[in-house]
Design a protein around this ligand. Sequence first.
Ligand code: PLP
Length: 504
Amino acid sequence: MTVRTHVIPDVGAKTAVPALEPLLFELARPGRSGRHVVSDDAADIPAAFQRKTPLHLPELTEPQVVRHYTHLAQLNYSVDAGMYPLGSCTMKYNPKVNDRVASLFADLHPRQSYRTTQGVLALAYELEQMLAKITGMDFVSLQPQAGAQSEFTALLVFKAYHAKRGEAATRRRIIVPDSAHGTNPASAAMCGYQVTTVKSDARGNVDLDALKSALGPDVAGFMLTNPNTLGLFEERVREVCDAVHGAGALVYGDGANMNALLGIARPGDLGFDCVHINVHKTFSTPHGAGGPGAGPLCVKAHLRPFLPKPWIVREADGSYHYDTAREDRAPAGLGDSIGTIKQRIGNFGVLVRAYTYMKTLGEDGMLETGRDAILAANYLLALLRDKYDVAYDRTPMHEFVLSAAKQKRQGASALDIGKALLDEGFHSPTVYFPLIVAEAMMIEPTETEPRETLDAFAAAMKRIAERAESDPASVKAAPKYTPLARLDEVTAARKPVLRWQRPV
Ligand SMILES: *Cc1c(COP(=O)(O)O)cnc(C)c1O
């Protein structure tokens, strides 16, 4: 195997990065086998396991197969390998105990009776209570399995709420700020709403006057992220919520990243009617490329009747069941509920990790988590501000947005800087989001990184800024030390090649 060595400044150690391996089909040799038990007697094999048509699998030894997959895993960057400063996507370390606990439930069947899954229902019910408490809401649905799906669920709930009041036909618009995550307007459009965008003011808040003039009797709701995607706390959040309520509309909280608020402020107290939390961001579970996730939706009492069914019900004797699925009773029916979004409890493994994370920290630990997330972001910003422009110069919460506009003029864009960071042993921050900042680089260190790692990351960012000044071509040529250099991301997304193809 060819191995390239690569210095990871973070730990000061040399790490072997395996070069791309030949693929299994290329390694195969006729007659090789990884089987330990060999029998030529078909009678030894139960009929159910006998294969009628041969499988065209590569012929390999067991160690070849194990090494192949291990090397593939080594080609990946992960939060277990190093810092992952993706703003808005909170990639924090997932304590291994979370995985251990989640694996206890690996054999669960999604349709298993409530009678044999009392512990599962108890855990889910308690998680609902904990999430309601930390968000200041009254009820929780664990069903949505991502942030985007929770937005969609909430907007269906808004629709049902307005329909119940006879206003379904008139309230057809959803307002979103221009700093919103792209899923917000997309979810609104998916629900059949028209989307109105309001601009941000010079301090990075929602422009209150623009919001007021956009509001009217045809508005169903307003979607607000707080802290917003600039990492800034909405300074007039109560006035914003009052204005929306004054127009008879509802306020949706995008709490995908709740890190900055944990134990410090509660969306329910700030005026939101509901909030979703990405537990795969705020409460650990690394995610990426579409999952795994869970986006519980937390609502005030007036929205409860519309939440997805079934609900988990706790009886006076401490037993649990699903209100629409008691085998010994007629189902309770849907009532005003929007129906089922995801079977039963939702993406349970991710929810178990969140439960374990919250339980191991406790209330004091979560408060400390929120504070440390804010401290780490402010510390890192202080180290970087003389080399990079700051998009909105206010005290950020758990993340902040830099602009590489200056470096772009020198010849190295935000994308180039992200690629150069890979050579320094770090994952790139989020780039080109939020859309309202030119050459945006959105950095969220999280509370899980020690100070030495933050220092090393800042040093790497500074080295790259200096290279952008003196030798921008070298930044444009990065990465040099990764197994693959720059990929054609557009073609990869539009025409993915997902299967091995024999080289021509
Ligand atoms: C990640 C994120 C979402 C979408 O969540 P998914 O789980 O990826 O669907 C929505 N809003 C904000 C602010 C986010 O950071």
